[in-house]
Write a protein that binds this ligand. Sequence first.
Ligand code: ACM
Length: 709
Amino acid sequence: MRWLRRRGRCLAALATVVLALPLSATVSAAATAPPPAAPSALVPQPVSHLPMAGRGFTLTPRTRIAVLSKKPTALGVGTYLAKVLAPATGHTLPVVAVSRAPKQAVVLDPNGPEELGAEGYTLSSDRDGVVVRAHGAEGLFRGVQTLRQLLPAAVESPTRAPGPWTVSPVRISDSPRYAYRGVMLDVARRFYPVAQVKRYIDQAAAYKINTLHLHLTDDQGWRIAIDAIPELTKVGASTQSGFTHGSGWYYSAADYKEIVAYAQSRFMTVVPEIDGPGHTRAALASVPGLNCDDKAKPPYSGFDVGISLYCLEDERHTADTTRFLRTVIKAVAKLTPGPYIHLGGDETPQATPSQYAAYVEAATSAATSRKKTVMGWHQLGQAAIPAGSLMQYWGEEGDRESIGTADETETIGFVRSGVAQGAKFVMSPSDHAYLDMKYDVSTPYGLSWSGYVPVQKSYEWDPAKATAKPDGTGSIVPAGQIAGVEAALWADRAYEGSDALPTPTTRWPEPHAYAEYMSFPRLPALAEVGWTPQSARDWQDFRRRLAQQGPRWTAAGIGYHPAPGVPWPGVTKVVEGAHSVETGGKSPDNPGGSTTDGAAMVLWAPNRGRNQTWTFTKQSDGSYTIINKTSGKCLDVANGSRSSGAAAVQRTCTGEIGQRWKVTPLVDGEHTIASARSGLVLTAASATDGAKVIQQKATGTALQRWTVD
Ligand code: ACM
């Protein structure tokens, strides 16, 4: 069962479909004209960021982008910046190589000190100009992403927008926490045309993501042309999840090179994944000899996981599979300038240990013979892997909870084995970093086998503790073996109504629309997890900075999800209606879906399920009744108490004053909720699971400030 985690949990998700709330019931948002963005709300948060007094520098049609170098890579960053600025500003800023920094210019200086590292930079701006300094072009490029965010949001518009184009005055010094900050696109289950991959590259690069992992092969499709085996794309690319009889659903060598070059121009490395020995049905449908009966399987367009395996049962088939892998990996390695090839290794329920080991031996030796560093899902750690390999951890809470117990999960065992072999790890814990997990019960796409992943959950975790016990101790992967972080956007269920299998009338968004809805705002959250020091990260601060990115995405045409918990400018929250309510990262919950009068409400991790859904209904005095979705009972105070510390309970609705609540908006989308009888405000007794909700005198403390989303 553990092997089939993705499929097993899918079935659980199907069972919850009847509980799903309509989208409009949980979020009531109305768009109004956004106010101007607050300056200097940066994501990811730089290591050091000093907003300065005074006027900033205003771009004019005569502003030059002055590059202190003749090197094409550094000049290229200047040209890139000019291209980013042109559509909205209407200015075609000249890019010039100079030997001395001029005033009244945007200066890009790649001759900064080595201590900045390859990606570090400093940025200073004032009324006289902007200077971005780095040790090489890559750091300049990262600094230019910060510069974009110092301009008004409308600078992201693809068409002319009104200025002025003033850069906020700041002093910034910055460099990343981790060298590997990636995002994975599942182009196998859902094919993304080249233009949509490029669009995503640009969106991710804006948040300093530096690695694009392409999941190129799976049961539902083979997406990279291999000249020596044309059947792989003729047959293996004819399906996607939910689609059959296609053609052109793959990248030719030229397409792939175009993606790689585009990524490279954004200082992003492409990691191609050729998954195996499971997730190989598209290959088994294309090449008869990879099957034990030497018969090609029919192509697959379904939604199951764990359905395929290369034949590794006897010497001949193992030799054939080895030859196949060598051919494929040679071709992919030749097209890939980056150092890695990802060999998958996940979810292989039918493989015996020796079959699995045979795959790993064949695939890794093919990769190392092409001078590529092996990357793989953490399962690969169970076999012998080459020195310096990179494992990708995708475990979750249950794995962390098992650490140090007699029942450590297999996942933890594989991680231990990878660590012992000296592997480095990229952290993609599925309960934080899987972008195909629903935000909450109302998310139209995706799955929830690793739980819901609201924005706060995508943000509030520490890669250094991703393989530690729940109390943060006993990390299995030592800090020195953590390479970084990767967000993973699977496409198992990239359609509306994804709790059930699709029907002929199911609506499938364009791949880019699915990607944008699921990635924004969580990809920027994960980008900050990878970039910003843990000590400089705080959810309350982040949600406010993140909110200021919303107008940028609107200007850029990114179809983001204005997810709950973030005070998006221009999105007015309406109190009337059904909501989840939150403070301190916890939601009031009707424990166990109780229907008992007098049952005390508790705080719990938000899941936006029925027990945590509350319907606010305005009363004639302007206050609200607050009714639990499961029980239909009204929020009340124990024994009608007027005393501080009395618990919030549920009771059959009577219309009396003790069941009415005054909701007062504060800044940033938060509210106080006061009993109309006592005047005391709802307060979280603490921000821990199971804590009581009580009434107390208003003090302005964080645990009295509720989001009502
Ligand atoms: C995975 O989610 N099967 C890596």
